[in-house]
Design a protein around this ligand. Structure first.
Ligand code: GAP
Length: 512
């Protein structure tokens, strides 16, 4: 099945099984805004819990906060977001559609890459076992041509973006003969800057309302609390502050479902370090974060780092962790070495001295910061994409199964009485009332056992138990495993021991 079709199926599966709904669905939705349903919220909470515990529980020197979304408007002036948090936009006059100029060019670069990979795949097919990929890439004329075009475009694009040369961005689009996907024409306007922050007003107009912004990142809430936390927590450098919360960006290219949203959630951690040590910490956090992703067991080959050439105004190093989605390798998390830019700016704009006094060396300095920043929704999407499978069974039937890592699954155990009578529902409820204190259980009695198993497979429930007539005599149930579909008879008394370890977040944390 084409990857595009797989992705469409995942999107409709998310809606059909209560994971993600379009926001304001009965009003035909609101662009790039989504709601999480009864299963989605559980999965999302489990992802957040895995992150929070990996940060705050496992590191003695990392603490959490929860800062407000509304903040003093000067914060965004100090951080540079008012002046520099812009996307370069271009309109097509015929379709009246608006695009991000950088995205159009990046898609063009990706097209050259696709062409290269197609040639390589053809070569592999033609030469079979004798295929030498490195030699083929170095000598095949078509590959060489596409590679040269890609590299030249990449260099020109990086230069234009670094200088934010809007005329050059437009010229690249014209020279590359990039057309509007809707109208198919090259009738482009000039490229303009567009600020991504949402504005609103606080206070009534009579009192004199002032404009404030919905935060585009949670990080600034951490920076402006640096002094509060350092002092009240008596934190010694190096130390970190973690936060999970909503962020808002008026994204123009809002595509690919929950990959790029206007309202989304971030999990960010700012690690305050001594100046001069930041690049070592940057390397270390890259590895720590990659290990967190890999512990989910999705396969090491599905991750890669993308080290940035174009650095944000505040960074002296930056790298993304990319995950292989059905639409290619995409950024899920950013690790940034943000220097002392933010703290220095807030010191300047607020008039407060924001420094750290090192009791060992008797010196004061403005700490440098390593940031790890991951989008909850993108992480959710990567988990869904990797877990969704349409499996062909031995009898030729297909089953849709979400192979979620058990600790992230919304429901850990489904409790199913074989029939709705003969005391089986009562026995099933008794088991549920005991186990529900330890992990998330779901009781279901409607439809045949086979149908109930399939429903649980579709939401990723790792275990089901069936309560049958024998249960009333032998106090045993049939335990069914989602992945292997094997069934075994086990005593009710051993269920907690058999399941709890495998479905707990702790089991993931122990792999780190
Ligand atoms: N504080 C740094 C910062 O915000 P970023 O690279 O702009 O850096 C960090 O964002 C992460 O937030 C991204 O890697 C992505 O996972 C998530 N993210 C950013 N914009 C998003 C959007 N519009 N929708 C969903 N997630 C987004």
């Amino acid at each position: 099945m084409a990857q595009e079709d797989v992705f469409k199926k995942i999107v409709s599966h998310c809606k059909e099984y209560g994971f993600v709904f379009p926001s304001s669905d009965i009003y035909d939705g609101l662009g790039a805004v989504y709601d999480y349903g009864q299963n989605g919220v559980e999965l999302k909470n489990n992802i957040k819990q895995y992150w929070w515990q990996a940060m705050v529980l496992l590191h003695e020197n990392i603490v959490g906060i929860d800062s407000a979304i509304f903040m003093h408007p000067t914060i965004w002036k100090a951080s540079g977001h008012v002046d520099a948090f812009n996307d370069p936009l271009i309109d097509n006059r015929d379709s009246k559609k608006r695009y991000r100029a950088d995205v159009l060019i990046e898609e063009q670069i990706a097209k050259y890459e696709e062409k290269i990979e197609k040639e390589v795949a053809k070569g592999r097919k033609r030469f079979g076992d004798a295929f030498n990929e490195a030699e083929f890439r170095a000598t095949n004329q078509r590959v060489i041509e596409h590679t040269q075009k890609r590299d030249a475009l990449h260099e020109r694009y990086s230069k234009a973006m670094n200088a934010m040369d809007l005329d050059e961005l437009k010229q690249i689009i014209l020279d590359e003969e990039i057309v509007c996907p809707i109208s198919g024409t090259r009738n482009w306007t000039d490229v303009r800057q567009f600020n991504l922050m949402f504005k609103t007003e606080v206070g009534s107009t009579a009192e004199g309302a002032s404009t404030i912004y919905l935060r585009p990142e949670t990080a600034q809430g951490i920076f402006v609390n640096y002094l509060n936390v350092q002092k009240t927590g008596r934190m010694k450098i190096p130390f970190g502050i973690a936060q999970i919360g909503k962020a808002f960006r008026n994204e123009i290219v809002a595509r690919q479902f929950i990959f790029r949203m206007r309202e989304f959630e971030q999990m960010e951690m700012q690690y305050f370090v001594k100046p001069g040590t930041e690049l070592d910490w940057f390397k270390q956090w890259k590895q720590t974060r990659l290990a967190w992703h890999k512990a989910l067991g999705f396969g090491d080959e599905n991750y890669r780092f993308h080290d940035h050439e174009k650095l944000a105004h505040y960074a002296n190093a930056a790298s993304d962790i990319e995950f292989k989605m059905p639409f290619g390798f995409k950024e899920v998390e950013g690790i940034h070495s943000r220097t002392n830019f933010d703290l220095s700016q807030h010191a300047k704009f607020s008039g407060h001295k924001i420094e750290y006094f090192d009791p060992e060396t008797n010196e004061s300095y403005t700490p440098y910061v390593i940031e790890t920043s991951i989008g909850v929704d993108r992480m959710f999407l990567s988990v869904m994409c990797h877990s969704y499978e349409e499996e062909t069974l031995e009898n030729g039937e297909t089953r849709t199964v979400l192979r979620l890592p058990a600790p992230l699954a919304p429901v850990k155990l489904a409790i199913l009485p074989l029939v709705k009578k003969d005391g089986l529902p009562e026995k099933a409820h008794e088991i549920m009332n005991d186990l529900k204190f330890h992990f998330n259980c779901k009781y279901e009695e409607k439809d045949s056992i086979g149908k109930r198993y399939r429903r649980q497979d579709a939401i990723g429930t790792p275990y089901c138990i069936t309560v049958d007539h024998d249960t009333l005599n032998d106090n045993c149930v049939t335990l069914r495993n989602r992945d292997t579909m094997t069934q075994e008879r086990v005593p009710i008394a051993s269920l907690r021991d058999l399941i709890e370890d495998k479905v707990s977040i702790t089991s993931l944390l122990k792999k780190l």
